[in-house]
Design a protein around this ligand. Structure first.
Ligand SMILES: [Zn+2]
Ligand SMILES: [Zn+2]
Length: 148
């Protein structure tokens, strides 16, 4: 879990059709970016997520979850197809799709991961820590997680 400062006020976001509403109560004030190939298939380019320890999800009946690997679950709205969250199964931590929320200006990017899978036509303006897939997997293994 990140020790990033918290945004300090609840933020409510909706999927495209409005059937699913998510309120993050203590969102971390940083954006978590992933460029892996699965995130590209899932979102169109990169996944930008906001972590929250405490949240309320409304419209559960409209949500489908998809286990995209042994360690990850992704959720989307059954009606409009909007991506909703990425959950890291070993810890239960999840990030919610940043684009759903009216976020404060000036949020830093926590890091960009799987930058080795990023298309060469796509760059973010903000300087931020960058990690390849091998680097982020090595970090997670050092923290005790297994991906084999
Ligand atoms: Zn929807
Ligand atoms: Zn990814």
């Amino acid at each position: 879990m990140s020790d990033a400062p918290r945004i300090g006020k609840p933020l409510t976001g909706k999927c495209l059709c409005g059937a699913v509403t998510i309120t993050m109560k203590d969102a971390h004030s940083e954006v978590d970016v992933c460029h892996c190939l699965m995130c590209q298939q899932w979102t169109g380019s990169m996944y930008a997520g906001i972590e929250a320890d405490d949240f309320v999800i409304e419209g559960e009946d409209h949500i489908t979850t998809y286990q995209s690997s042994d360690w990850a679950e992704r959720a989307f709205c059954k009606t409009c197809g909007s991506s909703l969250w990425y959950k890291f199964l070993p810890t239960g931590n999840r990030t919610f799709l940043a684009g759903m929320f009216d976020l404060p200006k000036g949020l830093p990017i926590k890091h960009q991961i799987f930058v080795d899978e990023k298309p060469d036509w796509f760059d973010l303006a903000q300087e931020s820590p960058m990690k390849t897939g091998a680097e982020i997997i090595a970090e997670a293994k050092a923290a005790g997680f297994s991906f084999d």
